[in-house]
Write a protein that binds this ligand. Structure first.
Ligand SMILES: [Zn+2]
Length: 273
């Protein structure tokens, strides 16, 4: 079989093995703000208005259609243009900011933020280069201390606290978080559709159970809004399971702060646990 034929066969096989309903449910919950729909209604992506239609993201190497080379080039050029603007309008004009950073970093903040493209913490909180040591992941979650899992998160916390001596760790959630929606949508015992996503968002399982118990009568979207903040609270508690974090808090050298950015209303809430 030729390479092209093999690729076509593989693509055909992949399309044949995708189960549209189960995939679409999770994809919709991850990618769509879907302001008024519940998880069940979001399973039919074709009914969603165009701006909210989920992208074709699946856990198999299947994509809707190859991107035209010209469009791909334009996307890369967008990055080059963006950097050129940053260079001339920011980097070159602020040597007092960038010169010291050549020698090293001494950020005051460590920030956990969602990977969502709408909630970059440097933009929303006006943080400049060198100010925040940042970890971004789905639903801005901090797992509890564990030496055999989540070393990426653990090493970042350890380096921020023990080497960089950050003063504040801020965990900031946000409105219409697809990861939180996915967490609340998970059915007990149901098989996972993604390789990693469901397992990751289960980090917030205790917060989910708390919200479902205390707010059982509320609609799904309202529970999501509450869970966005409860998951932050759980992450703040999880942070205290790291011995160096616990020690920093006890010594008064480290403070934890929770936050929630609502990009619908344009508000930011910050609180101390
Ligand atoms: Zn999010």
């Amino acid at each position: 079989m030729s390479t092209a034929a093999a690729a076509a066969a593989a693509q055909s096989w992949c399309f044949a093995t995708v189960t549209p309903r189960s995939r679409a449910t999770v994809v919709a919950s991850l990618a769509s703000p879907s302001p008024s729909s519940s998880s069940s209604s979001s399973s039919n992506s074709s009914n969603l208005p165009a701006p909210f239609r989920p992208r074709l993201i699946r856990n198999t190497p299947v994509f809707a259609a190859p991107v035209a080379p010209a469009a791909m080039d334009a996307a890369v050029d967008r990055l080059k243009d963006g950097f050129a603007k940053f260079k001339t309008e920011f980097y070159d004009k602020k040597p007092e900011l960038f010169e010291p950073l050549k020698a090293g970093q001494a950020p005051k903040y460590m920030v956990f933020s969602c990977a969502d493209s709408r909630v970059c913490p440097s933009v929303t909180m006006g943080l400049e280069p060198g100010e925040a040591f940042t970890v971004r992941n789905i639903a801005n979650m901090v797992p509890a201390y564990c030496k055999i899992k989540h070393a990426g998160v653990g090493s970042a916390i350890e380096y921020a606290v023990c080497a960089l001596k950050v003063e504040l760790i801020v965990v900031i959630g946000h409105s219409r978080c697809g990861g939180i929606k996915a967490l609340l949508s998970l059915k007990d015992g149901a098989p996972d559709s993604f390789h990693f996503v469901e397992d990751w968002v289960r980090t917030g399982f205790p917060a989910k159970k708390k919200v479902q118990t205390e707010h059982a009568s509320l609609p799904f979207d309202d529970q999501c809004a509450i869970l966005e903040k409860e998951a932050v609270n759980q992450s703040l508690e999880n942070l205290k399971t790291y011995p160096f974090v616990k020690e920093g808090i006890a010594n008064g050298t480290l403070k934890l702060v929770g936050g929630h950015y609502d990009f619908v209303s344009g508000n930011l809430d910050l609180w101390e646990p």
